[in-house]
Design a protein around this ligand. Structure first.
Ligand code: SF4
Ligand code: SF4
Length: 280
């Protein structure tokens, strides 16, 4: 494998980046391709760690995650809006954002769009640094959450997240709080807590993040796409690029896609093991 990679590396002087990536993927060096892509989109990456496509199965009831098809995303950002509408996030807080990257040698220099929620990492560096254990990975489904009543707003977790997936709610840009407009009276369904936005009360002053819309789970912890109990971004995606599901179920859409398609994860070399995959 390393000889093959060296050969391909030699070719980079003559071919474009996109073609180079696809050659790596063809020989199964998806991790290397991932690092190159993540270098371009999310900062620096230095070291490669070879990882098998089949990781050790996660032992818990549900293993929720996303598979995002970079070939289907049209960059409309309806996922961003759907998330805000569902979670009633204020200005300055956005649980998902869409990155844009122009790869060389794509037809018409078409940009690749990548929507980026929290990756609900298998080994999340954000939770370890919390001095009051306010943020943690749930045992039943692996979703990384924030307990607003415990969070002291120190923002260590924001610094620790290598994907910039956390947001601080400053309570700014929000005159509606004081004015008590009808909009401000609408509670957020987050964590099924239905908090109204009130001055100096949580989640103002807390760190916030994507929860995979866990408030839409039933009492057994299950989602249901047909009933509309599905993460808002995946439900709304106009390009049908965002797939959500349980990796523990071999027949779930996300499991099937990972078996059938080539994929990358961002910043693999950090060992975070994100539960969000990007199809190439
Ligand atoms: S993406 Fe960031 S906030 Fe989300 S689990 Fe991973 S390290 Fe934590
Ligand atoms: S901001 Fe809140 S959740 Fe984050 S580390 Fe500090 S106390 Fe923990």
């Amino acid at each position: 494998m390393s000889e093959e990679i060296k050969e391909i590396e030699k070719e980079t002087q003559h071919i474009g980046r996109d073609e180079f990536l696809s050659k790596l993927v063809k020989i199964g060096a998806g991790t290397l391709a991932a690092t190159i892509v993540s270098n371009g989109m999310l900062g620096t990456a230095s070291k490669l760690i070879a990882k098998s496509k089949n990781e050790t199965p996660v032992k818990r009831k549900y293993h929720y995650g996303m598979v995002i098809d970079t070939r289907r995303c049209v960059g409309c950002r309806s996922c961003v809006l759907a998330c805000k509408a569902e979670n009633k996030t204020p200005p300055g807080v956005s649980y998902t954002v869409v990155f844009e990257e122009i790869l060389e040698n794509r037809p018409n220099d078409k940009p690749v769009f990548m929507t980026k929620p929290c990756f609900h990492c298998e080994h999340p560096p954000c939770t370890d640094v919390c001095p009051v254990s306010a943020t943690y990975k749930r045992e039943q489904d692996g979703i990384v959450v924030v307990d607003y009543d415990r969070c002291i707003g120190c923002r260590y977790c924001m610094t620790a997240c290598p994907y910039s997936a956390r947001w601080f709610d400053f309570g700014e840009n929000y005159p509606a709080v004081e004015e008590k407009t009808p909009w401000a009276e609408v509670p957020s369904p987050e964590y099924k807590q239905f908090r109204k936005r009130e001055h100096e009360k949580s989640p103002i002053g807390n760190v916030r993040k994507c929860t995979f819309c866990l408030h839409l789970q039933d009492e057994k912890g299950q989602y249901n796409k047909a009933e509309g109990r599905w993460p808002a971004c995946a439900k709304t995606c106009t390009g049908k690029a965002i797939h959500f599901g349980d990796f523990n179920d071999p027949n779930s859409e996300v499991s099937v896609l990972l078996r059938e398609r080539q994929y990358i994860r961002l910043k693999e070399e950090l060992g975070t093991s994100p539960n969000v995959y990007y199809l190439l």
